[in-house]
Design a protein around this ligand. Structure first.
Ligand SMILES: Cc1ncc(COP(=O)(O)O)c(C=O)c1O
Length: 490
C-alpha cells in the first residue's frame, strides 16, 4: 500500500529522532549527563564552545528540508517573531551571519530614506573600540565612513567610555557602533547619555551577548522616573545584531539577526539592504503586499513599473534558509537554560580559580569593582550588569612566571579549548596596518590604546558554554592550578 506524504514524513521524522538520539549524544547539554558519553580527563576534548542540541533541532531541520520551501518562509517568519518577542524589540530580521547583521545594520544608517542630517555619508565618523571582532568595524570602512577608535578596558573587555567625548567631532560624528564584549554589557548608562547629547545612532553588536541585561537606576536621565529600568542588551540602541554561529548563545549553524529596537523606518532600510536593495518588502513567494505593485513611480522609471524590481539601495542578498530558522526556533526554547548554564559555569570557574590571583587578573562585569565568593561589589553609578557570558576572560599578569602563549599551549596539549580575545588590538592586524599605508584617512585613533594592547598581549578566554559539565570544569580548574603552581616551582 502506498503511504501518503504525511505518513512518510512522520516515519522519517521518527527515524530522524532515533538517529539523533543515538548519533549526537555528545552534543546534549551538560545537564543531560546521563545520556552523554563518559568524560575521560585528558582524552575527551573540552571545547571552548560549540553546538548544544538534541533531537528537536535535528527533527526541525529535516522536517523543514522535507517541506523544501528552502528560502526564508514560514519558519523564518516565526523565528523573527519569536526572537523579537523574547527581546521585546519592534522587529528582528533573520540574516545569514552576525557579520552580515553588522553589515546591514550599518548600511541601513546610510539610507536616503533617513532624515538628511542623521544619514551617515562618506567621511562621517563612527566611534568604536580597538579590541574585538573585526566585523564589528569592517562595515564602517566598507560603507566609506571613518571608524574612530577608543581604547578598551582590559578588565571588562569593553570600550573605555571615558574616551568618548575626546573622540567626538561636532558635525562629523554620526554614530557609536560597538560590541558587548564576551557577554559583558558595555557601559550603556554612559553611552546612551553620550548618544542622546549629540544625537547619534547607537548600534549594539549583541552577537556575543544574547541574554545579558543592563539596569539603569531610578531617575537616570536615560531611564525612568519612579523605578530602575532593566532591559536586555540589544534593546537600548537603535539597532542591534546577533550571531548564531555555533559558539554563540544559540545556533543555527550559520545565521544572525538584526534587531530593530523602535523605529520601523530602520526596518524598511535593513530589509531592503538584506533583500537586494529592493524598494518592495513582499516576503518570498508573496506579491503585492503594498497593494499597489503596479502603481509606483520611483526614480526615472515609468509609472507602473513592477515594484518587485525597483531598487532604492545598493543592496545584498544576506538571507538565511528556512531550515536554519527551524533549527533556531528550537534553540530559542532552550535559551533561558543556556543563559543560566553560562552564568553558572562562569561562577564555577571563578570560584575554582580564586586562589590564582597572583597569576591572573580576572575579568569583571562592567560596573563591578570586585568579585567575592558572595557576589560582586559595584561602583557608585547605580548601573548594574547581568552577564550572559560568552567566555571566561582572564589576563596573564606581567609578573606571572609564564606568558599567555605558554598557558594556551599547555591547555591545548591538555585538550582544553581556549581563545584569544578575537583580533586583540585590531589596529595591529595586517589589514589595518595596510589600510594605514593605503588610505591614512580611512580611520582615526582617538587616544592611547594601552588597554587594547594589554588584551592583545595578555588576554585569554576559556569556555562557559552549556555543554561543559561539572567534571569538565573541575578538570579545567585542576589543570590550570597545576600549571600555575608548577611554573612557580620551576
Ligand atoms: C562581537 C562579534 N560580532 C560579530 C561576529 C560575527 O558573527 P558571525 O561569525 O556570525 O559572522 C562575531 C563572531 O564571533 C563576534 O564575536
Amino acid at each position: 500500500m502506498n503511504r501518503s506524504p504525511a505518513e512518510l514524513k512522520e516515519e522519517i521524522l521518527r527515524l530522524t529522532r532515533e538517529y539523533a538520539e543515538t548519533a549526537h549524544r555528545a552534543f546534549l547539554p551538560a545537564d543531560q549527563g546521563e545520556h552523554r558519553p563518559a568524560f575521560v580527563p585528558g582524552e575527551t576534548t573540552v571545547p571552548y564552545a560549540g553546538r548544544v542540541f538534541d533531537a528537536d533541532e535535528v527533527e526541525a531541520a529535516i522536517g523543514s528540508t522535507l517541506d523544501f520551501w528552502l528560502t526564508l518562509g514560514k519558519e523564518g517568519e516565526a523565528f523573527e517573531r519569536e526572537l523579537a518577542g523574547f527581546l521585546g524589540v519592534k522587529r528582528s530580521l533573520a540574516v545569514n551571519s552576525g557579520s552580515s547583521a553588522n553589515l546591514l545594520a550599518f548600511a541601513a544608517l546610510t539610507s536616503q530614506k533617513l532624515p538628511d542630517e542623521r544619514r551617515i555619508r562618506h567621511g562621517d565618523e563612527v566611534i568604536t573600540c580597538a579590541a574585538g571582532f573585526p566585523t564589528t568595524v569592517a562595515p564602517i570602512v566598507q560603507a566609506g565612513a571613518v571608524p574612530v577608535f577608543i581604547d578598551n578596558d582590559p578588565v571588562t573587555g569593553n570600550a573605555d567610555c571615558a574616551q568618548l567625548e575626546a573622540a567626538y567631532q561636532p558635525g562629523r560624528t554620526k554614530a557609536v557602533m560597538m560590541a558587548h564584549a564576551l557577554g559583558n554589557p558595555f557601559d550603556l548608562g554612559r553611552v546612551l547619555a553620550f548618544c542622546q547629547a549629540h544625537d547619534l545612532w547607537l548600534v549594539e553588536d549583541n552577537c556575543d551577548a544574547l541574554g545579558c541585561s543592563y539596569t539603569l537606576p531610578t531617575g537616570h536621565p536615560q531611564g525612568q522616573a519612579g523605578a530602575a529600568l532593566t532591559q536586555w542588551t540589544g534593546t537600548w540602541g537603535d539597532l542591534s545584531t546577533q550571531s548564531f554561529y555555533p559558539p554563540h548563545h544559540l545556533t543555527m549553524g550559520e545565521g544572525g539577526a538584526v534587531n530593530i529596537v523602535r523605529d520601523m523606518k530602520l526596518k524598511v532600510c535593513v530589509e531592503s539592504f538584506r533583500d537586494w536593495g529592493r524598494d518592495c518588502w513582499c516576503a518570498s513567494g508573496v506579491d503585492n503586499t503594498c497593494g499597489k505593485r503596479f502603481g509606483w513611480q520611483l526614480g526615472e522609471l515609468p509609472e507602473g513599473y513592477d515594484h518587485k524590481y525597483i531598487y532604492s539601495h545598493l543592496g545584498y542578498n544576506l538571507k538565511p534558509l528556512d531550515p536554519q530558522a527551524a533549527i533556531g526556533r528550537q534553540q530559542l526554547k532552550k535559551l533561558p537554560a543556556f543563559i543560566q548554564a553560562r552564568k553558572d559555569n562562569w561562577e564555577s570557574l571563578r570560584h575554582g580559580l580564586a586562589d590564582l590571583e597572583e597569576f591572573f587578573e580576572f575579568s569583571l562585569p562592567t560596573h563591578a569593582t570586585a568579585w567575592t565568593p558572595g557576589g560582586f561589589t559595584w561602583d557608585a553609578t547605580g548601573c548594574r550588569t547581568d552577564c550572559s557570558w560568552f567566555g571566561f576572560l582572564l589576563l596573564v599578569r606581567p609578573t606571572a612566571p609564564f606568558r599567555r602563549a605558554d598557558l594556551a599551549k599547555h591547555l591545548d596539549a591538555k585538550k582544553i579549548g581556549n581563545r584569544m580575545f578575537f583580533g586583540g588590538n585590531l589596529l595591529r592586524q595586517p589589514v589595518f596596518v595596510q589600510l594605514r599605508k593605503d588610505r591614512p584617512a580611512a580611520f582615526r585613533v582617538a587616544g592611547e590604546l594601552t588597554g587594547a594592547d594589554r588584551i592583545m598581549n595578555e588576554a585569554i578566554f576559556l569556555g562557559v558554554y552549556p555543554g561543559l559539565s561539572g567534571e569538565m570544569i573541575a578538570y579545567m580548574v585542576d589543570t590550570i592550578t597545576d600549571f600555575c603552581r608548577g611554573s612557580r616551582a620551576a
